[in-house]
Design a protein around this ligand. Structure first.
Ligand SMILES: [Zn+2]
Length: 363
């Protein structure tokens, strides 16, 4: 299999558009074009590069980007430099899917929610500005054809509904120049045509595919269309997740069970201000910034990582905040990535890294 095949699959599965602006996702190191195997890991370290080589994998798909800030030299004085140098020497590619995977409906937080047993899960903090509207003007006879092409390109999804659009009839006018070859009417004469205006929603990452489908299916030489940015929340893209346990559980029992599920050495938490827990907010990794969203969503507990001393105070007796460890909260990401790649390329070697990359130890 070619490197390009898997890259275009990952780019489509976890689009760049949904990564946070500070992030550095995608192909970070380009190695051999011909792939021998894929190794999936949370972190890419020197040990993981060595594991990849020993397992005949020449592509590492990782969650945390090994290149995150500017690199000025490759002398081997720092683990990031050594990891990159080892990958380059062995002709191994490195591809990162980070906050773009965090922000997907079926991403890091969905997997964590499923492990905890949450039902009716929704994105805790949906993104804005990732939904756009396309308006276009189509002769009546071609409306169905163009609509179908737009639906097939992925437009028109709202929640559990697909093929959502709006049409209104009107009259379009145009006058072609001498060099034009109009589909209807004559060059140099104003033409009146019965048209339908189609309005349809689509997610930002599909824009180029959608415009291509529009132009290919539309009969006019020059296709008139508008793309309108929307400030609607996008319920399928965003940070964190909220959901409910099937029934309320005593708070301490829940935390003890959570410790087992995540196999974590310690859970740091705020005072047990609720007797029972049913509504649970989660955010894999450093999710402290979502505390107010978790409170607004009436969560009994907010499970995340990297909470600082002062941030614990912000729970303010209204919610239990539980820091389960960064690595532990994202440990299922490897499984998620491996399953998705294997689903698409069932006969190709996709392995989960056995290297424990958690830099935090518990005494
Ligand atoms: Zn992380």
């Amino acid at each position: 299999m070619k490197l390009e095949q898997i890259i275009s699959f990952l780019d489509e599965l976890v689009p760049f558009h949904y990564a946070e602006s500070y992030d550095n996702v995608g192909l970070l190191v380009k190695g051999a074009e011909e792939l021998t195997g894929v190794l999936v890991t949370l972190d890419c370290t020197e040990e993981v590069v060595a594991e990849a080589k020993n397992s005949q994998c020449n592509l590492i798909v990782c969650h945390h980007p090994i290149i995150f800030k500017g690199i000025k030299r490759l002398t081997g004085s720092h683990y990031v430099e050594r990891t990159l140098m080892a990958a380059i020497r062995q002709n191994i590619s490195i591809y990162a899917v980070h906050t773009n995977l965090d922000n997907m409906l079926e991403g890091v937080n969905k997997t964590l929610s499923q492990k905890i047993g949450l039902l009716q899960t929704e994105i805790l903090f949906p993104q804005i500005s990732t939904l756009l509207k396309l308006q276009t003007y189509v002769p009546e006879s071609e409306t169905e054809k163009v609509s179908n092409a737009l639906f097939e390109a992925g437009a028109g999804h709202i929640g559990a509904y697909s093929e959502c659009s709006f049409r209104v009839q009107g009259i379009g006018t145009f006058k072609g120049s001498e060099t034009s070859q109009p589909y209807v009417g004559k060059s140099g004469e104003r033409h009146y045509e019965k048209e339908n205006k189609i309005e349809i929603l689509f997610p930002r990452h599909l824009q180029s595919r959608l415009i291509k489908a529009l132009k290919q299916s539309h009969p006019y030489e020059e296709v008139a269309y508008d793309i309108i940015p929307l400030s609607n929340h996008n319920p399928t893209i965003g940070a964190g997740m909220i959901g409910d346990l099937p029934h309320p559980v005593p708070s301490l029992d829940f935390l003890k069970q959570l410790k087992k599920i995540l196999n974590t050495g310690i859970i740091r938490h705020t005072p047990i201000c609720k007797d029972m827990i049913q509504r649970v907010a989660v955010c894999g990794g450093s999710g402290g910034f979502l505390l107010s969203e978790a409170m607004r969503a009436r969560a009994d507990v907010f499970i995340t990582a990297d909470i600082t001393y002062h941030h614990f105070f912000d729970a303010d007796g209204k919610i239990i905040m539980a820091d389960v460890g960064h690595f532990e909260s994202e440990q299922f990401t490897k499984e998620l990535l491996m399953n998705e790649i294997q689903k698409k390329f069932p006969t190709f070697a996709v392995l989960i890294s056995n290297t424990n990359t958690n830099p935090v130890n518990y005494l």
